[in-house]
Design a protein around this ligand. Structure first.
Ligand code: SF4
Length: 85
């Protein structure tokens, strides 16, 4: 979470879409908003991540990365596809 001086609450410093604004709303209102809940519950994770044994550590990685690069590198079983040895 990142909060620049204008009060926007960003999921991270690089994410352009705020989930609320602390100069206009109470923290609890921002924290419980649908937008903040979406990120807190890791709903941004690609569907390929469902069932991944590393989800607890990775949490679906970076939504900005997936939106820029797509998810084709994820194998059908929800794990990162590796090049053959
Ligand atoms: S390791 Fe890969 S498949 Fe597993 S949660 Fe992270 S991005 Fe998703």
């Amino acid at each position: 979470m990142s909060v620049p001086p204008a009060g926007d609450v960003l999921p991270c410093a690089s994410y352009p879409q705020p989930v609320g604004n602390l100069l206009k709303e109470a923290f609890e209102q921002v924290w419980q908003s649908a937008q903040a809940t979406f990120f807190r519950h890791k709903r941004h994770a690609p569907s390929e991540c469902a069932g991944c044994e590393d989800f607890g550590a990775c949490a679906g990685a970076c939504p900005l990365y997936w939106s820029a690069m797509g998810t084709s590198e994820l194998a059908g079983d929800g794990r990162i596809a590796h090049a053959p040895a």
